[in-house]
Design a protein around this ligand. Structure first.
Ligand code: SAM
Length: 288
């Protein structure tokens, strides 16, 4: 467990205060940290990816439960402090990777990807908010061995993952997340749960992959599917007839059950958006 005093001490060892540009808002409520780990269900021997370990407040909780943790930290000074403290205490369980968790917008840091390999893992993290959506979408669509994500992110982003058809926040992210798994709210967090307090509301969200849902586990398809869904939602208030016609260059798309050219994409549930993307992909792939 890390108290606020300990977090400040560790930052002093790092030689700087919290860096706003790196989203350094440290979770100081131990009950919430435990709640996130409990919700993830991870335990001894499980492989866990933590992005943005910071001073290690969440990392230590994972290590105490016997998880094998791959922790990726962009801040060089904090990565050093982590190596000198938790790295020395748990040499067999903790792998620290220094660098950006993402290589571009749609790929995981290659060192992180090769440390994970093909093994099943969960992400448990208090994410840097600027990287939250790209990292979560990348893990959902490109890393089928990511079994779940249990994260602290901006409340507004949780709303987007969880949104249902017809809502203003419903979009590509909601469709992909809900086709591939189950989204749930673990806890709503006030800014005062962090030090320093961020300017936005936060929440803990859980996402558990369910390969039994639509579409199967082929990661190639989910990358294409998310691009097609993104194009559909770019014209969310237009009738699908015209939108789809443009996407397939005038080709003939077979409308799936329950979908017609008079619908708008934001009125379709995730399964229907998925079925429509399959039909569109069928036409595009034969045109190539
Ligand atoms: N895990 C700590 C906690 O729970 O208190 C710190 C979380 S803080 C919200 C986000 C952490 O992510 C910071 O330590 C920051 O340096 C790190 N970070 C920011 N951008 C990053 C990136 N692109 N890749 C990896 N780590 C990043």
């Amino acid at each position: 467990m890390q108290s606020l005093t300990r977090i400040k001490e560790l930052l002093e060892m790092a030689g700087h205060g919290p860096k706003k540009a790196l989203g350094q808002n440290f979770l100081i409520d131990q009950n919430l940290i435990n709640k996130l780990i409990d919700a993830s269900g991870v335990g001894a021997g499980d492989l866990v990816l933590e992005i943005g370990p910071g001073t290690g407040a969440l990392t230590v909780g994972l290590l105490e439960r016997g998880c094998r943790v791959i922790a990726c930290e962009l801040d060089t000074d904090l990565a050093r402090v982590l190596r000198e403290t938790l790295g020395a205490e748990y040499p067999d369980l903790l792998t620290i990777i220094e660098g950006d968790c993402l290589a571009g917008k749609k790929a995981l840091n290659s060192e992180v990807a090769s440390a994970i390999g093909d093994e099943g893992f969960c992400m448990v993290a208090n994410l840097p908010y600027h990287a939250a959506t790209p990292v979560m979408m990348t893990l959902m669509t490109r890393h089928g061995n990511c079994r779940g994500m249990y994260v602290t992110i901006q409340r507004e982003v949780v709303d987007r993952f969880a949104a249902g058809s017809g809502s203003k926040t419903y979009g590509m992210i909601s469709v992909v997340a809900q086709c591939l798994g189950e989204v749930r709210m673990i806890a709503k967090l006030k800014p005062g749960c962090f030090w320093p307090a961020p300017g936005v509301e936060s929440a803990m969200m859980g996402w558990t992959r369910d390969v039994g849902l639509v579409g199967g586990a082929d990661p190639g398809w989910w990358v294409q599917m998310s691009e097609l869904a993104q194009s559909l939602f770019q014209s969310r208030r237009k009738k699908l007839g015209g939108v789809v016609k443009k996407m397939v260059d005038g080709g003939e798309v077979a409308w799936p059950d329950g979908v017609s050219g008079d619908d708008r994409v934001d009125s379709l549930d995730p399964e229907r958006v998925h079925a429509l993307c399959r039909s569109i992909a069928g036409v595009i792939d034969t045109e190539r």
